[in-house]
Ligand binder design. Sequence first.
Ligand SMILES: C[S@@+](CC[C@H](N)C(=O)[O-])C[C@H]1O[C@@H](n2cnc3c(N)ncnc32)[C@H](O)[C@@H]1O
Length: 247
Amino acid sequence: MNIFFEIHKDIPREGPGDNASTKKAFQSLEGLPKQPAILDIGCGPGMQTLKLARNTNGKIVALDMHQPFLDRLQQSVNDEKLSHKVEVMKGSMFSLEDYFKESSFDVIWSEGAIFIMGFEHGVNSWFPFVKKGGFIALSELTWLKPKRPKEINDFWAKNYPGMKTVEENLQLVENARYELIDHFTLPESSWWDHYYGPLEKRVAMLREEHKNSDEWQGKLDESLREIEMYRKYSEYYGYVFYIMQKI
Ligand SMILES: C[S@@+](CC[C@H](N)C(=O)[O-])C[C@H]1O[C@@H](n2cnc3c(N)ncnc32)[C@H](O)[C@@H]1O
């Protein structure tokens, strides 16, 4: 059993985000065709996939590596009768060329998943799969202040050494030959409502269930520590949506 995925099972989202932010980012994509082709990379359980599907007449391919997330999304797609709009696909963001031709998509969407490749590698390696004039809209863990207390700096230096400031990411967008359309920071509620709040409840439940396992208790401590860091230092970092166009 993979303890990480057990802890993260059955929560609404696998990272910070909310439907209003998904909608806001989607509305900033001007000039899309009537039925855009959209790829949602690292879709997880797919809250944002479903929101996109309700807001477009296009087709969305929802890509992830973790089959239980894909199964959950497929169930929601069936329940909401959205199967004509959403195709769930198991595959890796590292090898889009294995599944898609170049210039296949009007939009590449990715909430809270580009950290797996790193922002720079991600925006560069996904570039060929976006049509000319198409968009990438993604959210990424970002430093909101250039200077921060040692405790939080050390925490993220260990857990996500590639984390950048907004300005650094905007420079990477430009270097990768996109035009920046918009960027905005997600509200703090989008960390708590669908992610850390439900995760905290799950940690409490699993703590009791696995009280005799040091391995479990160690992993649960790690999850709680990340949450505590955000509670203490949320002014210093956040999730930022970056919306860019391939010109
Ligand atoms: C932090 S979660 C975000 C999930 C979802 N977008 C959300 O906001 O709730 C990152 C997702 O990336 C997926 N993932 C990890 N490695 C991947 C890979 N190589 N290719 C595609 N997806 C991957 C994970 O399974 C997970 O669902």
